[in-house]
Structures are given as C-alpha cells and as structure tokens.
Design a protein around this ligand. Structure first.
Ligand SMILES: Nc1ncnc2c1ncn2[C@@H]1O[C@H](COP(=O)(O)OP(=O)(O)OP(=O)(O)O)[C@@H](O)[C@H]1O
Length: 289
C-alpha cells in the first residue's frame, strides 16, 4: 500500500490554494487521478516521486518511509523505486533511443535493454534520436526508460495528450500488459475519462487541492446503485447559447450528448453526472445466436 498524507500550499495565478490529501493506493492497482486543470494532480505525483517537497505530512511505500515532515526524512527520487513518464516525455534529445535507456541504468544489463526495446516495439529504432520518432514512439521510449530501473510504481502524467486515437488505444493495451507483466502499481493522471475508464480499477477525483470523490472505477462512473435513475458520468467539452437557452455538449462513453443547462456556473472540462429521472429502457436482441 502507498500512503500519501500531505499538505502543501500552492500558488496559482488565482492566488493561494492548500493541497491537502490523504490517498491510499493498493499494491498492484491501476489508479487514476482526475480533476480540473490546476486542481493539484501533477503536484501530488511530483511529491510522491520526491521532486516536490510537501510542507507537512508523510509518504509511505508499505513499511518504507519516503517522507516524514516530523522526522525530516526525505528520500531522494532515485531511492523511491518509481518510474515517471512526464507529459512532455523528457527524453534526452542528443542521445539515441538506446542511449536514452542505457544512461539511466544503474548496472550494465544489455539483456534488459533488449527486452525493453522489444516490449515497446523499438528494437529497429535503437539508433535513432528522439526527434526522428513519432509521438507514439516517443511515448513508448519514455515508458521503456521509466522501466529501466525496475520500479515497483509507475507514474504516468497525461501520457497520451500528444497522441492520435489509434496509437493511443494500442499504447494503452501495451501499458496494461506491462502493468500486469511487471506486477506494477500504476498511477495515471489524465483529463480523458475514456482513458481512465479503459485503464484503471480505482479513480480519485481532486478539486481545489482536496479529494472530492473516489472509488472503484465501475462505481465511480456508473449508476452507484443508490437510485433507480439512469445515470452516467461524462465530461463537458463545449458550452453554448442557442435559441435563448444554454446548452452543454458532454462526452459520455463514446457518445456526444447535447444537454440543456440551467446553471451557468458549469465550465468546459467539468466532470458531470447525466441523469434521466423517468428513464424507461427497452431491450432488443441484436445477435442471432
Ligand atoms: N512547487 C510548487 N509550489 C507552489 N505552487 C505550485 C507548485 N507546483 C505547482 N504549483 C501550482 O499549483 C497549482 C496546481 O498545479 P498542478 O500542476 O498540480 O495542477 P494539475 O491538476 O496537475 O493541473 P493540469 O491538469 O493543468 O496539469 C498550479 O496553480 C501551479 O501553479
């Protein structure tokens, strides 16, 4: 279990915000952190990785203490057994694919490098520089590099933002395969609910530096079973005014749904519940077997 109980004062263009969270991540789980831009998601990951120091609190990996403000313990990132894939991939531009992997290896192990190249489909590109790679290939290299030190925890911060839909789906399958193959605990930050739904088994929603909601992915996104309403979760992608009414376009699953909104406080990017009170579903068989 990873336990992240941290407090940190953050400074944004809109003023001060106190990030104050108590997060538990189960060993072997695939956890996603979602929430509006500026909510504090990346900062949580960076504190976990040891790249940002919390003001107060503690971070544990099982019995191991990575950070404790009381005892002033603060393990350096290299001692935390974490592989981090940054939004911009953070590859070394002057090094080849092979060198990008070798330079983070603590002990020379040619077999491991070849295994990672093969696992991420980069064997034929070992001599290329990052600039010659496509977005998807760069992302795969960033993942391979994050795995060189054999981490127990893999952290992915918006790793699919620069990638087209087809590549995205293939990479997600690869990430899931790697997650299981290496018995990793994986934490993903993503704005894309579809990615979160496909990949994770647990979701944590952060808003304004606090946990708003969390739970198993199926319960988080779908009807929580507390009402007999039809309910699904979506994300507002557009807000507009039409025939003297306000409307929102909401992506839910693979559908784009136009909904009338009475409350003008909604913003693009908000994660929302869509509900139908008098939902009367019908069922029709579509297979013939
Ligand atoms: N080390 C720091 N010290 C103080 N403030 C910080 C620090 N790092 C980030 N911030 C501020 O904290 C706020 C939250 O940033 P963060 O990147 O964690 O949000 P986010 O939820 O990941 O947003 P996005 O989805 O846009 O990436 C931002 O306003 C940022 O400027």
């Amino acid at each position: 279990m990873y336990k992240i109980q941290v407090v940190k004062e953050l400074h944004s263009s809109e003023g001060k915000m106190v990030l104050d969270v108590d997060i538990s991540v189960k060993q072997g789980s695939f956890t996603s952190i979602v929430g509006k831009s500026g909510a504090g998601k990346t900062t949580i990951l960076r504190m976990l990785a040891g790249l940002v120091k919390p003001d107060k609190g503690s971070i544990h990996s099982g019995e191991e203490i990575w950070f404790d403000s009381n005892t002033r313990k603060n393990k350096i990132p290299q001692d935390r057994s974490i592989g981090f894939v940054f939004q911009d991939f953070a590859l070394f531009p002057n090094m080849s694919v092979l060198e990008n992997l070798k330079c983070v290896q603590s002990e020379k192990d040619e077999r491991q490098i070849q295994e990672l190249l093969s696992l991420t489909g980069l064997t034929g590109l070992a001599a290329c520089r990052p600039e010659a790679l496509s977005g998807g290939q760069k992302q795969r290299l960033a993942i391979a590099r994050a795995l060189v030190r054999k981490p127990k925890l893999l952290i992915l911060d918006e790793p699919f933002s620069a990638i087209d839909q087809d590549t995205r789906l293939r990479l997600q399958q690869e990430i899931l395969r790697i997650h299981k193959l290496y018995n990793l605990t994986t934490i993903l930050v993503s704005h894309e609910l579809a990615d979160v739904l496909r990949l994770s088994d647990h979701v944590i929603e952060i808003g304004n530096g606090k946990i708003l909601r969390q739970g198993r992915t199926d319960l988080f996104f779908f009807n929580e079973g507390k009402t007999d309403q039809f309910r699904m979760t979506g994300q507002i992608v557009d807000l507009f005014f039409e025939s003297e009414e306000y409307y929102a376009n909401v992506i839910a699953g693979n559908m784009l749904i136009k909904v009338k909104v009475d409350d003008t406080s909604f913003n693009i990017g908000d994660i929302v519940h869509l509900a139908l009170n008098d939902f009367n579903p019908t069922i029709k068989r579509i297979n013939t077997t």
